[in-house]
Every structure is written in C-alpha cells, then in structure tokens.
Design a protein around this ligand. Structure first.
Ligand code: SF4
Length: 325
C-alpha cells in the first residue's frame, strides 16, 4: 500500500458557547491516498463541516483546533501560519464550500476571478500563461472557453458550480474538500456535476473528501465512506463493504432509511435526535437511540478499532466475527 497523501490523527475541534465547550470533532483519525475519494456523512450537527473547515484552516472563533495532526504531503497543515498557510491553501488543499456558486464575485468576469487565484500563488506567470490555464481548466470541467468573459449572473446554477470546481482545481492541489458540492442543484444537473468533479479529480490525481447527506449519491461517487455522529467518526469502510454490511448500528439505520427500487417496504427513520454537543450522553453518545444498546454502552465510550482490512468501527459490539459474518 502506498503512503497516504493525507493522515489525520486525533483531530479535536471544540467551540465555546456561554462558557461551555463542545467537541464538534472529537479524536478524528483517518487516512486518504492520492486519487482516493472519501465521503463523510452524518446528520446536521454531526461535525462534518467543522472537520472540513478545520482541514482548510478556515474555522473561526469560537471554534478552535484543540489537538491532533493533519499531515498533507508530509506537512502538518494544522501548524501552518501566516504566509506559509496562505501559500499552502489552494495550491495543496482547496475547497468547494457549501453554496459555493453563490460565493462568486458578481462584478468580476469568470476569467478575471480565476486569474486572480493563479496570480495569488504563481507570481512569475505572465498574462498569456494565466489565460491559457484558465481556458484549459474551464474546458476540463465541461465549460466553453467563452465563459471566461462572462459574469456569474450570466451562468446557470450548474455552470456556476462547474466554475467553482474549476477554481478548486486550477492550481492542481493534492486534496480537494467538497462540502455538499451539489446540494443547491436539481438531481440531473447534480449527477453531471459530480461526474465532472470525479473526472477532473482523477485527472490531476488529487484526493477528494466529499461531505454530504445523500447516501445514494455517495454510493456512486466515493471509494470509502466515513460516518460521523456527535463529533466522532463511528465507521470508516470501503464503499462496497459498507453498503453490503454496515457494522455500526447508526450506519445500519442510515442505510435502512433509504428507499430501494426492488423492494416496497416501510421507510424507517432514525428515532430521536442527535444530542447537543454540550450535553452528550454518558458512554456511547448513540446509546439513547441505539436498538442494539447493552448495559455497558451507557458507561463506556467505544473507541474506534480496526476490525477488518481498511475498516474501522467505534462500537462495543463490532469485532472480527461480526465483520466476517
Ligand atoms: Fe449501540 Fe452500544 Fe454500539 Fe453504541 S456501543 S452503537 S450504543 S451497541
């Protein structure tokens, strides 16, 4: 196995509210290889977006990175500051944020906007070289070169989202973090945009972290799936194994809440609601909602363990036997 391009270890991100401190990401660890796509799912407030913002170092007070490391290409991006961080961001790690298409500056032509991103990192490039990279990148995401001369309001939602992908890959980073990259688009456009994202990510050999709610879209888009609950990564598994046999009870409920085309069955929701990060239940945070909870679950916090190749689960009941059953 090759060395992972990204190694996140024990990443803990907290935020304070009225004198209390909650752990929005709690001891999160995972690896990601070049060209690999990792989906991160979970209910709202589970810590997915906090994790993405922390990796980009775009979190704002009262959110704070408490501890951990995130090595990207041998550099701990959690320790970068000032100019070093500015240069690293976008050239090594880029982001397609939530609602990205609404973040395009309405008074700048697309080509100027993209050119500015290049100029901020590549000071020696002349106008022709910048223009050539802008056109090449626009075409790589399925847009005509004439888009460079248009303003954002002249583009459809799908085109704007493609521009956001183009901005994220324009400096060929090692890692792209996409936070709900298609949530504002209709289903047909959504699929096309995701296909484009996958193609360009593969082409430049970048690793991709995709955050979202849509399990169906994830199933078709990523190589691995990580599930977050109340700030913790509770399962991390290759996509096929995950859908064939989810091992964490929360993952099982997430999958059983999905409709299937071959079987007409009652849709099941997940009872209860995710707890407040400021008042987590004792033991396993999922125990008040877990249909498999045992006595120890309300007392002991389960730690994430490797129970099968490339498969980590944080549940007292998960072990090698349940993984191979
Ligand atoms: Fe359920 Fe217990 Fe596993 Fe938590 S540790 S998911 S409560 S069985």
């Amino acid at each position: 196995m090759t060395v992972p391009v990204l190694q996140v270890r024990d990443l803990t991100v907290t935020y304070r509210l009225r004198g209390q401190r909650g752990r929005a990401a709690d001891g999160v660890s995972f690896d990601l290889h070049a060209g690999e796509r990792l989906g991160i799912v979970g209910e709202s407030g589970s810590g997915k977006s906090t994790l993405a913002l922390a990796l980009m170092r775009l979190h704002k007070p009262p959110t704070r990175i408490e501890s951990g490391t995130a090595m990207l290409g041998g550099v701990d991006l959690l320790k970068l500051e000032g100019e070093a961080l500015r240069r690293f961001r976008w050239s090594q790690i880029s982001m397609i944020p939530q609602g990205a298409m609404n973040s395009l500056n309405p008074v700048m032509r697309i080509g100027v906007l993209m050119g500015d991103a290049i100029r901020a990192h590549e000071r020696g490039w002349n106008r022709e070289r910048i223009r050539a990279r802008v056109i090449e990148t626009l075409e790589s995401v399925g847009l005509n070169r004439t888009v460079a001369d248009l303003y954002p309001h002249e583009l459809s939602g799908g085109m704007k989202q493609r521009v956001c992908i183009a901005l994220a890959i324009i400096l060929k980073p090692k890692l792209i973090v996409a936070d709900e990259p298609t949530s504002a688009l209709d289903v047909v456009v959504q699929r096309k945009v995701i296909e484009t994202l996958k193609e360009v990510q593969k082409e430049i050999g970048a690793a991709l972290i995709m955050i979202g709610h849509d399990m169906g879209l994830m199933a078709q888009s990523v190589d691995r799936l990580a599930v977050m609950y109340a700030g913790k990564l509770v399962e991390n598994a290759p996509i096929r194994g995950f859908f064939r046999r989810p091992l964490h009870p929360y993952s099982q409920l997430l999958i059983s809440s999905l409709p299937t085309p071959d079987e007409v069955r009652e849709m099941k929701g997940i009872p209860g609601a995710q707890p407040s990060l400021f008042a987590l239940p004792t033991g396993c945070a999922f125990h008040p909602r877990c249909p498999a909870a045992q006595a120890e679950c309300s007392v002991e916090v389960p730690t994430s363990r490797r129970i099968a190749p490339e498969r980590d689960v944080a549940c007292h009941l998960a072990n090698e036997e349940t993984a191979s059953a």
